[in-house]
Design a protein around this ligand. Sequence first.
Ligand SMILES: Cc1cc2nc3c(=O)[nH]c(=O)nc-3n(C[C@H](O)[C@H](O)[C@H](O)COP(=O)(O)O)c2cc1C
Length: 338
Amino acid sequence: MSDLTTTWLGLKLKSPLVASSSPLCDSVEGIVRLEDHGVAAVVLPSLFEEQLELESAALDADLFRGSESFAEALTYFPEAPPHGLGPDRYLELIRRAKERVNIPVIASLNGISEGGWVRYARLMEEAGADAIELNLYAIPTDPARTGAAVEQGDLELVAAIRRTLRVPMAVKLSPFFSAPANMGRRLGEAGADGLVLFNRFYQPDFNIEDQEVVASLSLSRPEELLLRLHWTAILFGRVGADIGITGGVHSARDVVKCIMAGAQVAFMASALLKNGVGHADRVLADLDRWLDAHEYASVAQMRGGMSYKAVPDASAYERGNYMKVLGSYTLRTGALDD
Ligand SMILES: Cc1cc2nc3c(=O)[nH]c(=O)nc-3n(C[C@H](O)[C@H](O)[C@H](O)COP(=O)(O)O)c2cc1C
């Protein structure tokens, strides 16, 4: 047996395999099942800024009952969270999960702007959450809003939540920054104890017959891991925060790659949804076998071995490699035929 233990945001974990936010973690039974199958920590589905704003709008409505504007304001909010967990049920889920499992329970907040809802981070902590993950999921559609303004907003939000918390905090972010390395560093400075690379954006498709925009959610494919590995390798040891990878982790080999790039943990959602939670047992057994076969005594020994700082030729992560990669493609016989 190799030593699979790791840490995430200062929490001790029995392995690097963590269940990412998904419907698998939206009930106590689901969380218990994940623990039974060896998962080292769970992240609950996100509680959304819109839900929390709605809650405080409802409180205001009690004060201004009958006002037209409240009824109108309500129409801007989504009807219900996708997982059906309102704020009270969410806090109840944290409390009940903490009574039943020994693994860390990480609560997730999804928001993009500072506001009254930020105090929920503290309520989550009081309910027993071991850490908070802030999911910065935003689509900056306003052409007048600059990249600098978007970044400043994110940093202020992270700092505001950090101020309300005693427990550690991770930030799940997007890859779409002009300078992701600099943003990673500044998020660390703003108080993020960990960076989760990267959010997966759900891209609407078109129904060209009916000319409708179709919201679609597909599970991830392992190829999506490459973008995460690239940036983890670049950031490892160069930002003041742990790094965790989400997106495309499907097998033990993927977990090995995450650790070699420099991650503390590898999050999994799609592979568990697709194969069932028993998949976690197989991934952990394969991981253990892989470490043994390659004579690694521990996960820690392997960490960062393929990072930008560690590889002899860091150009593999830089622009120089681009020319080499393009030149390495061999035309398929017949590709020029009609
Ligand atoms: C059905 C479903 C629901 C999800 N809900 C959330 C959520 O509430 N909050 C969040 O931060 N991520 C959510 N995610 C994203 C996952 O946590 C994860 O980051 C993403 O699916 C990439 O990891 P994977 O390749 O292991 O699936 C959800 C994913 C799926 C498939």
